[in-house]
Write a protein that binds this ligand. Structure first.
Ligand SMILES: [Zn+2]
Length: 495
């Protein structure tokens, strides 16, 4: 921020700056008034839009960026909010004169200028904002339901894929018995570090791409992110400190491939590819048995840990679904539990891990709790061969484990110095050394899912800059994969 200035009825307010959480995932700057303020307060500042890549390579796409003649960013990055529990009416006003003709502004709250009823001021932080010469689908602006916005530079077939996403949105609405009328915006934007990822925000989600991303390849990311708005979340039980990402991300991964398939919006092959990608990444994960309560603490520094709530959670969901179908003679499934949790959410009833336990115990008996505790402790989740319907059967394949070759925590510091180099690893053999400074972050989530992707680090050693490329893979392991059963028609596949 530059030119930060606060004025009240008595003139300029003296300010001191207080920074919290330096080096942690969430750094917060506060401006503290040096005297009591009087009357209305006006806060003015400029927010830099420098397109600097995030320090933490795989962090969510929040920062202010400029692309295609416009800009985008999450409110938490550039909108200063009062520290208060007082409720405020909010007005968002755009002045886009300097952007020229054709520029419009939109946010998670709606198109153009909007006024919001009294509510918490921090609503601004969890909203996304975009302005400039935007592309839209549907082209007709709406105040409810699905809409999407992007700037120049997005993949060529973006409009077609947004039409696909609109259809899936309508299908979720039918499947989950409502919820589609709420305003829901998809923002697409460029991501220099971890393209393909996204983040869900108020009434909206942000999907990201780079110049190699095809809109087609974004479909399941869109399906995943949009699912978060319907899906329930579980609060942690008061006596448990463990976080519940295994649930939120587990069901998102599980249903983001299943529901588009049921809707006829992807084929059996796309379902199978996505399932096997998750299975491959999960079963080849060298840290597969990391207990759930260690995940939050190691989430950013260890890419193998970061993917666990997604991969483990979704395989646990498959196991639970299969058991419920079996126990109920095919009458019930995970879908029924999901609908109960969604109904509770709509009724304003708080749901926790205990709610989950009650619901699955009612279906499966006390063993459900034992299995659940084992999952949290890190037990490997193994759906049976037939867990994904009559068209797929389990087989195995050999994959090489992802191995960065040095300590992941080297990558999440403001200055990235390689430490903990693993002797004999691909990183070591390629010439990386402890003490090398890594100049540019690289998103590793995609690399981890793809056996063939190499990683290239730009490093500084002494006065020299060099590029070090290697295939970040270690030992070979046998992992479960599913394959199509010959002779069963597509029509018989769905479950
Ligand atoms: Zn997610």
């Amino acid at each position: 921020m530059t030119g930060f200035e606060v004025v009240d009825a008595q003139g300029t307010v003296p300010l001191t700056v207080q920074d919290e959480g330096a080096g942690s995932p969430v750094e917060i700057r506060q401006w503290i008034a040096g005297r009591p303020v009087v009357g209305d307060l006006t806060v003015r500042y400029r927010a830099p839009t420098d397109n600097a890549p995030p320090i933490r390579g795989s962090g969510p796409p929040f920062g202010l960026r400029t692309e295609g003649g416009g800009l985008s960013g999450a409110g938490s990055i550039f909108l200063v909010q009062p520290v208060t529990t007082k409720l405020y009416r909010l007005a968002v006003r755009w002045d886009l004169a300097a952007m020229g003709k054709g520029a419009t502004g939109t946010s998670s709250f709606g198109d153009g200028d909007v006024e919001l009823p009294a509510g918490s001021a921090d609503r601004l932080g969890s909203a996304f904002f975009m302005a400039g010469p935007m592309y839209r689908h549907p082209t007709q602006l709406r105040t409810s339901g699905f809409s999407s916005a992007w700037l120049a530079g997005a993949p060529a077939d973006t409009a077609a894929v947004m039409a696909w996403t609109e259809k899936l949105h309508a299908w979720y609405d039918v499947n989950f018995k409502g919820g589609g009328e709420l305003p829901y915006r998809v923002f697409l934007r460029f991501n220099p570090v971890n393209p393909g990822g996204g983040v869900a925000l108020t009434n909206s989600f942000v999907a990201t791409y780079d110049d190699k991303t095809t809109a087609e390849s974004m479909k399941l990311t869109l399906a995943h992110e949009m699912l978060h708005t319907w899906a329930p979340t579980l609060g942690a039980h008061s006596s448990r400190t463990s976080d519940t990402q295994w649930f939120g991300e587990g069901i998102a991964v599980y249903y983001a491939r299943l529901l588009p398939w049921r809707a006829g919006l992807i084929g059996a092959d796309a379902f199978l590819d996505d399932l096997n990608e998750t299975a491959g990444r999960y079963y080849s994960n060298a840290l597969i048995d990391t207990p759930n309560d260690q995940i939050a603490g190691r989430f950013w520094e260890e890419t193998l840990v970061r993917v666990l709530p997604y991969d483990r959670g979704s395989m646990y969901m498959a196991v639970v679904d299969e058991k419920i179908r079996k126990a109920s003679g095919g009458k019930r499934s995970l879908d029924d539990i999901m609908q109960k949790l969604i109904d509770a959410k709509r009724a304003g009833v708080e749901t926790t891990q205990d709610t989950w336990l009650e619901l699955i115990t009612a279906e499966l008996g006390p063993v459900a709790k034992t299995d659940f505790e084992a999952m949290l402790a890190g037990a490997v989740q193994r759906p049976s061969s037939g867990a994904f319907g009559p068209c797929f059967t389990a087989s195995t394949t050999t994959l090489r484990q992802f191995e960065l070759g040095f300590a992941g925590k080297s990558l999440v510091k403001p200055v990235r110095i390689v430490e903990g180099l693993v002797p004999g690893s691909a990183a070591d053999k390629a010439g990386l050394r402890n003490g090398d400074e890594i100049l540019k972050p690289v998103g590793l989530d995609n690399v981890q899912s793809d056996q063939k992707l190499t990683v290239t680090w730009q490093v500084r050693r002494g006065g020299k800059t060099l590029a070090i490329t290697y295939l970040p893979r270690g030992k070979s392991v046998e992992v479960p994969q599913w394959k199509r059963v010959e002779g069963v028609s597509d029509a018989a596949c769905k479950f």
